[in-house]
Design a protein around this ligand. Structure first.
Ligand code: HEM
Length: 504
């Protein structure tokens, strides 16, 4: 029996009455949706929103950063979008991002609560935490990373050891082409592993390989439209199959991997001689039993460690992959970097951090790779802790903020050559290194990336050590491509390269 026949079986309700009733309900639903999602007075302008979904389906997840930057030309540097029932404000240009994240640092330092991360309990670490708990976890992480040598000699020597393993693996390719992704991810991940687990993994270790693949897959899905849909309609999406389920499963498997490592640490933990981040965190758990709000417990440990892997591995390894592509695409720039390496370091020793101030050209090239690579193109969304104004618009407390870092790194008012790969963006007429204020790949303000020093150390040592030993080029008959894939990071599409030893 069809719906109409069922209704007809109630003698007092005619089909016309039912149609009017249905229409009435739809109108009421639309009006209540409009009222619920009404923009506050003087809220930033934005494109037309559709009922219920808002602008979700108009967004192009494959090149969101370009789309948002283009929209800023129509709606201005501060414009709004609605993602389901969530109002968000996109902040564009160096001036506006600075006014929000730096000049109003406290107001803009919230991290938007996110249904998908609540589902997998990822809100107790650093990235998705807020308030007192976030401050404590972030402060502890920064000071522990510092104690384990970020910015110091002992970490530098760990990184150099890992580079030796990597260079040997590259040498084993015998000048044949290879895919850079796996080797670079393994090597960079091992730096995080040595800080967090106190050990590195062999590049052939199956479990380690699985972890890296899960991490990369989870990050790709995290940047997809499915995450937005889940965050807007969590109850409905829980009932539906789709990539959001795969992402949740990837994160759960990663947590299991980390829990095993934590269990193993427990077994031979000696508080008087901490070996790594996990040991220090276990001591902190014991010290903070009377401060539950700080969030030092095993769940917090798992979340914080997961945050370090997520934020610290894919980012640095993606930047290094971009560095290879740019060096293959601009062989004359690669040659100039190699000439500086040969002049300042030579071939008899490995590069070290003390060399950086003497290598302005190489430093400028690395910064230009970070600018053009633009690996966190729309930042990580924030939310406002208070009502405020930005660029003359009213932004209420609890509004989601998207700091469009693409609009800063390519801001035409801030860069000599905003749209082309040009190390001169970071050099003065005397050839000295300069860092323009709009260089914000690590974002800014209270949530600025706490891994910046570590990442900069890794980038300098990996980049110079590889170019000291090898010349990179695309396989014969191919050209390096700047095509990208957008997940939570902007990464190059898988590519092949050859690494020819410079000296036999
Ligand atoms: C080239 C490498 C890297 C880039 C470009 C990068 C960039 C970023 C960006 C844009 C943010 C968002 C900040 C905001 O909310 O505005 C961030 C946050 C974060 N990054 Fe990095 N990052 C890199 C490497 C690392 C490394 C190596 C680590 C860890 C050891 C790390 C740990 C974190 C953490 C924990 C956060 C969250 C901070 C918070 O919410 O308070 N990152 N990073």
């Amino acid at each position: 029996m069809v719906f109409k026949d069922v209704l007809m079986s109630f003698p007092s309700i005619s089909w016309t009455d039912t149609q009017i009733l249905l229409l009435f309900f739809v109108v009421i639903l639309l009006i209540s949706e409009q009222l619920k999602n009404r923009k506050p007075k003087n809220f930033p302008p934005g494109p037309t929103c559709y009922p219920f979904l808002g602008n979700i389906l108009s967004l192009d997840a494959e090149q969101l950063h370009l789309q948002l930057t283009k929209m800023s030309k129509t709606y201005g540097d501060i414009f709004s979008l609605r993602l389901g029932g969530i109002h968000c404000v996109v902040v564009n240009s160096y001036t506006m991002v600075k006014e929000a994240l730096i000049d109003q640092a406290d107001t803009f330092s919230g991290r938007s609560s996110n249904a998908i991360f609540k589902n997998i309990n990822r809100v107790k670490g650093i990235i998705f935490n807020n308030g007192y708990g976030w401050k404590q976890q972030r402060r502890f992480t920064l000071s522990t990373l510092r104690n384990f040598g970020v910015g110091k000699k002992n970490l530098e020597s760990n990184i150099k050891d890992e580079i030796n393993f990597l260079c040997q693996a590259i040498r084993n390719t015998d000048g044949e082409y290879f895919y850079a992704y796996r080797l670079i991810s393994n090597a960079v991940s091992n730096i995080t592993c040595s800080l967090v687990f106190g050990r590195r993994f062999e590049y052939t270790d199956k479990k380690f390989q699985t972890m890296i693949l899960l991490l990369s897959r989870a990050l790709k899905l995290e940047g997809s439209i499915w995450t937005q849909l889940y965050n807007s309609f969590p109850n409905l999406m829980d009932l539906l199959p789709g990539p959001h389920k795969e992402m949740i499963s990837c994160f759960k498997q990663l947590c299991n991997f980390l829990s095993e490592e934590i269990k193993a640490h427990h077994a031979d933990w000696d508080p008087s001689s901490p070996r790594d981040f996990i040991d220090c965190y276990l001591t902190e758990i014991e010290k903070r039993t009377d401060d539950p709000e700080a969030g030092f417990h095993e769940e917090g440990l798992c979340c914080t460690v997961l945050d370090l892997f997520i934020a610290g591995t894919e980012t640095t390894s993606t930047t290094l992959r971009w560095s290879f592509i740019y060096m293959m695409k601009f062989p004359e720039i690669q040659e100039k970097v190699q000439a500086e390496i040969d002049r300042v370091i030579g071939q008899s020793r490995q590069p070290c951090m003390a060399d950086r101030p003497n290598m302005p050209y190489t430093d400028a090239v690395i910064h230009e790779i970070q600018r053009m690579g633009n690996i966190v193109p729309v930042g990580v969304p924030r939310f406002t802790y208070n009502d405020t104004t930005l660029g003359g618009y009213f932004i209420p407390k609890g509004t989601q903020i998207i700091p469009n870092l693409t609009s800063v790194l390519f801001d035409e008012t801030q860069w000599k050559s905003p749209h082309s790969f040009d190390p001169q963006n970071f050099l003065n007429p005397q050839g000295e290194f300069i860092k323009p204020d709009a260089f914000l790949p690590f974002s800014a303000g209270k949530r600025i990336c706490p891994g910046e020093s570590l990442a900069r150390m890794e980038l300098f040592l990996f980049f110079t050590s590889i170019l000291q030993v090898f010349t990179l080029s695309p396989p014969a008959g191919t050209k390096p491509s700047l095509e990208f894939e957008l997940g939570i990071t902007l990464s190059p599409k898988p590519f092949k390269m050859t690494a020819r030893p410079r000296w036999q």
